[in-house]
Write a new protein. Structure first.
Length: 317
């Protein structure tokens, strides 16, 4: 076990597989010792049917927590060995149910002493251990039902990557990334418009010199996201949140969220009361982000963009 001592808990899947293989090997020997013609992988299906007269493959799969194809394959193997047999459903002749064949019923009667001995051996083993593995497995399964290991690792990945993200003020050296990142996402879904070209070609003159702000998201010191706060000459709104773009290579790292929170904080520092934005409903992740940031849909504001089909506002405290 030096490997597991060295690598630690990241190899939990490998260790559980090895334990399962060891238990399966012993189970095969136990069946042979009791002269029971079963394979370990058949046991859940066999046990369920030995407690009931008949069941459909779907019902068996649901009860033992296996997939339908897995159970179907096992049933075919056991039917071939004449342990199970198929019969028509009494209420629906189009459906087949599965039940023990005569050979299966003989095994069910013969295996009872094996059950007794196996249960006692497992109880003794669990009592000899400091931690009851059966209860630990139940708890671990419960936790994974709440949130899978895949999603738990995904969350940890995102948290680690977020630590590499830095939100910084715009500088002249970011002019090209500001333009390129925006052009990339605009041309992916829409077309460049005249208003786009003005702000992207001359961000200093069109945004900064008019009282706006631009923030840049760096990942490992490289610019991967941008967002602008454009000063509005409007009786209802102080700023427009615009030109938010994140590199496709940096998606899933929470950069849009961090940029959005940072630009809102910047607006608050400038004593803004309301922020306005324009978007398109085809951009579902962006719309979800804006809702998460606190924006709500509004109507009736004029727009210079052909692509705009939704307008939103954020009222600041």
């Amino acid at each position: 076990m030096n490997f597991f001592d060295n690598i630690g808990i990241i190899a939990i899947g490998t260790r559980l597989r090895m334990l399962s293989e060891k238990m399966t090997e012993d189970a095969t020997k136990i069946y042979e010792m009791y002269d029971v013609d079963l394979k370990p992988k058949w046991f859940p299906v066999f046990y369920v049917l030995s407690q009931n007269s008949e069941k459909s493959i779907t019902a068996i799969a649901n009860e033992i927590g296996h997939s339908h194809p897995s159970v179907s394959k096992i049933v075919r193997e056991m039917v071939k060995e004449q342990i199970l047999r198929e019969k028509k459903d009494k209420n629906d002749g189009r459906k087949n149910n599965i039940e023990l064949a005569p050979k299966g019923r003989q095994i069910a009667n013969h295996i009872k002493e094996q059950y007794t001995d196996v249960q006692k051996a497992v109880e003794v083993t669990l009592n000899q251990s400091r931690h009851n593995m059966w209860h630990a497995i139940e708890e671990f399964e419960f936790l994974l039902d709440q949130k899978s290991m895949f999603h738990r690792v995904k969350e940890e990945k995102k948290l680690r990557e977020i630590k590499k993200v830095e939100i910084v003020p715009y500088e002249a050296k970011y002019r090209i990334p500001f333009k390129n990142l925006n052009e990339e996402w605009i041309t992916t879904f829409f077309k460049m418009e005249e208003t786009d070209r003005k702000s992207l070609d001359q961000p200093k003159e069109y945004i900064l010199d008019k009282g706006g702000e631009i923030l840049v998201a760096l990942y490992d010191k490289e610019p991967v996201g941008v967002c602008a706060l454009i000063k509005m000459e409007d009786p209802h709104y102080d700023f427009e949140l615009a030109k938010m773009a994140v590199s496709p290579q940096a998606k899933g790292k929470g950069i849009g969220w961090l940029l959005g929170k940072a630009i809102i904080k910047k607006a608050q520092s400038l004593n803004a009361q309301k922020i306005y934005l324009e978007s398109n409903t085809v951009l579902k992740p962006a719309i979800n982000l804006y809702h998460k940031l606190g924006f709500n849909k509004v109507v009736g504001h004029s727009t210079p963009y052909e692509r705009c089909n939704i307008q939103m506002e954020l009222i600041l405290d």
